[in-house]
Design a protein. Structure first.
Length: 689
């Protein structure tokens, strides 16, 4: 295969890197996935590397699947044996392989976010703390951050009363996870690192196995992932990482941008390659993106360029409220629908809550849309119910799944019977399953449950097991009796689950329930998303790695983008990178918008200033639309001159008419509203003479 025919000069240099550590700084749309894929091809075909000596780590399961497909189409020899997947999926697989060297069984289960929240809720309720004292979301986030920094429940040093409580919860949380033979997502990394660190023989084994390590989206690795990579690279230094410091946007999940910024210090004698040619966007879009992100201090620095056309100017528009912004967006969207397919249009926003006004407008105009990041498929009740049966059959220690399926669907096991089962387990120091088996002779509903589980245990294929669960529990039959739109939707979801199970057994050459649970446990909403004939709505974080012909980024206001929490924490650089990611999703046309007032609850509103990022846009690349109301083209004059004298007045959407008394701090106006003075930044107002 000719590399010159398929790669540009920059890409070819990176792909044919000889040996030792390499950092590929890959700008947006520069073909980083192509570089990683061809690097693997190069190793296999020209360096004669064995497939099992290659470890390729991607950021999402979807990216791993796409890379596998590309690889299969390019390589003229078998690629079976290559380890490819996310950090989490690879760690899960290796923890099962070396389970005998851990305190877990090979069949340990993975608790998803909802399972983790439920467990933490139960711990808080069982204690004297109370949910008002500690929010379980905050507790979960704190524990997750600690694990990502490889700080266990005993090493954590509390610094106030609240963190003392969290330490106690952390310890109980880990105890219950181990009792249930379960790990959460962060445990997969933490426990695998611990295994590598403590077991010299396994570390040597894996260093020899994974001689060539490739990591995608390196800028989004967290401390535990970084340390795992270091441990796997002690003997062989062939570490090939690809990333873009300008697209590091997961700090809130523990990602550390310093992993990519300090790569050359962490891996001495490393070579750096820059991919600066963009194959996605027009020159105008790249100009805007580059001009904005250059305001960041923490970056390596690169200049994206393209042979694409100049392209249309970026359209900027404003509105009085979210509702008006949505109405304006719809008018512009309808024009674009005359040129582009709905599936090639994206509407992006900083937070999920911002979709409401846009959804209302799309529904009113009967424009089909899909939200990426709503209720995830595997989090839906009927799916959780059925998969809880699978989890419990695989692992009888899983108390969370036990309690979920014990009376689902209803089989006459009430509170008294449940308490009797718990009491039996505590008295005899046995599992809930063993207690159920002992009580089966006394309680018919318990006997029915035990017999059901025992009959399901015999089934070894995941597709056949799910069919048996649905049939033997009568789950779908009960939904059919309900005969509602909601029940029909749930039946469709169950049918989709069956299809997914069949597909899993056909395509992956795997069929065991354990393997399927590992796959499903690490699924994200992006992994299951596919383009349909609908406009796409998603948060800016979810847009990572995607591209669309037309992109709308809405609600670009101070406190929204950059988000108020980032402003408070002094982390606006990550917010600017997030804005950059959104901009660089666009291929042909980009729209930016902001609104000036926002509902604050209880019928009140608050004013929002246009984002400070908008000041950084290059004027020559922007088409700034005049304000107009949804009903016509009436101008909103926020600053005006009084006819009788030369003093300036303002019309403020909240405070009403006010007189400008002075200009202070360079860009602020001191304004009197009926005797009450306020300082407001000048850019809030659209000056008219």
């Amino acid at each position: 295969m000719s590399l010159k025919k398929n790669l540009n000069e920059e890409q070819e240099k990176a792909v044919t890197h000889t040996s030792g550590p390499a950092l590929v700084l890959a700008g947006a749309g520069s073909g980083k996935t192509r570089v990683i894929t061809y690097r693997i091809v190069y190793l296999l075909e020209q360096k004669d590397v064995k497939p099992y000596n290659i470890l390729a780590v991607t950021f999402t399961n979807k990216a791993a699947d796409e890379m596998k497909e590309r690889l299969y189409s390019l390589v003229r020899r078998s690629t079976k044996g290559i380890w490819m997947g996310t950090f989490h999926s690879i760690c899960a697989r290796l923890l099962r392989e070396f389970a005998s060297c851990t305190t877990y069984s090979r069949n340990f289960i993975i608790y998803d976010t909802q399972d983790q929240h439920n467990l933490i809720k139960n711990i808080i309720r069982d204690s004297d703390i109370g949910e008002k004292t500690l929010d379980f979301y905050y507790v979960h986030r704190t524990i997750s951050n600690l694990k990502n920094r490889l700080i266990d429940e005993y090493e954590f040093k509390p610094y106030n009363y609240k963190t003392e409580l969290i330490k106690n919860i952390y310890q109980e949380y880990q105890t219950r996870l181990k009792e249930n033979d379960a790990m959460d997502f962060d445990d997969l990394l933490f426990n695998f690192y611990t295994l590598l660190d403590s077991n010299t023989e396994i570390r040597k084994n894996l260093n020899d196995r994974f001689k060539y390590k490739l990591v995608d989206e390196y800028q989004d690795t967290n401390p535990s992932q970084y340390q795992i990579l270091k441990k796997l690279s002690e003997r062989y230094k062939d570490v090939f990482v690809v990333g873009d410091d300008d697209q590091s946007i997961y700090g809130f999940r523990g990602a550390d941008i310093n992993n990519i910024l300090d790569f050359e210090d962490d891996f001495p004698n490393s070579k750096v390659y820059k991919l600066e040619r963009n194959y996605r966007s027009t020159k105008r879009i790249l100009e805007v993106a580059s001009t904005v992100v250059k305001n960041n201090r923490l970056r390596k620095g690169k200049t994206l360029w393209t042979k694409e056309e100049e392209g249309e100017k970026i359209t900027l528009f404003s509105a009085f409220s979210e509702k008006e912004e949505a109405a304006k967006l719809i008018k512009l969207l309808k024009k674009e629908l005359g040129k582009y397919n709905k599936k090639d249009i994206l509407i992006a926003y900083r937070t999920n809550a911002q979709s409401r006004a846009i959804e209302d407008a799309l529904l009113k105009e009967e424009i089909p849309y899909v939200i990426v990041g709503g209720v995830k498929f595997y989090q839906r009740k009927e799916i959780k119910d059925i998969l809880s049966y699978v989890k419990f059959i695989v692992n009888k220690k899983d108390t969370v799944s036990f309690f979920r399926i014990l009376n689902t669907p209803r089989r006459g096991i009430g509170k008294i019977t449940r308490e009797k089962t718990e009491m039996k387990a505590k008295e005899e120091n046995i599992s809930l399953w063993e207690a159920s088996c002992k009580l089966a002779g006394q309680e018919q509903p318990i006997a029915d449950f035990v017999n059901l589980i025992k009959s399901l245990e015999e089934i070894k294929r995941i597709d056949e097991l799910i069919v048996a669960i649905v049939e033997k529990t009568g789950y779908v039959d009960i939904l059919k009796e309900t005969d509602t739109i909601e029940s029909e939707s749930r039946i469709e979801n169950i049918q989709e689950l069956l299809s997914a199970a069949y597909e899993f057994t056909e395509n992956s050459e795997k069929y065991s329930p354990e393997e399927y649970l590992t796959e499903v446990g690490l699924k994200t909403d992006i992994d299951s998303w596919s383009r349909t004939d609908s406009v796409n709505l998603m948060t800016l974080h979810n847009t990572k790695g995607l591209e669309f012909d037309v992109v709308f980024i809405v609600g670009i206001g101070e406190g929204l983008l950059p988000h108020y929490r980032s402003i408070k924490e002094g982390n606006t650089e990550e917010e600017r990178r997030l804005f950059y990611v959104g901009i660089t999703r666009a291929r042909k046309k980009l729209f930016l918008s902001y609104f000036l007032t926002h509902g604050a609850g209880w019928g009140s509103t608050r004013s929002i200033l246009p984002s400070s990022f908008l000041k950084e846009l290059p004027p020559g690349a922007i088409e700034n639309l005049e304000d107009y109301t949804p009903g016509g083209n009436e101008k909103k004059q926020y600053i005006l001159r009084d006819n009788k004298n030369d003093s300036k007045w303002v019309n403020h959407p909240i405070f009403g008419r006010g007189e400008i008394l002075d200009v202070v701090d360079g860009d602020k106006l001191l304004i009197s509203f009926n005797g009450t003075t306020k300082k407001i930044k000048r850019r809030f107002f659209d000056e008219r003479s």
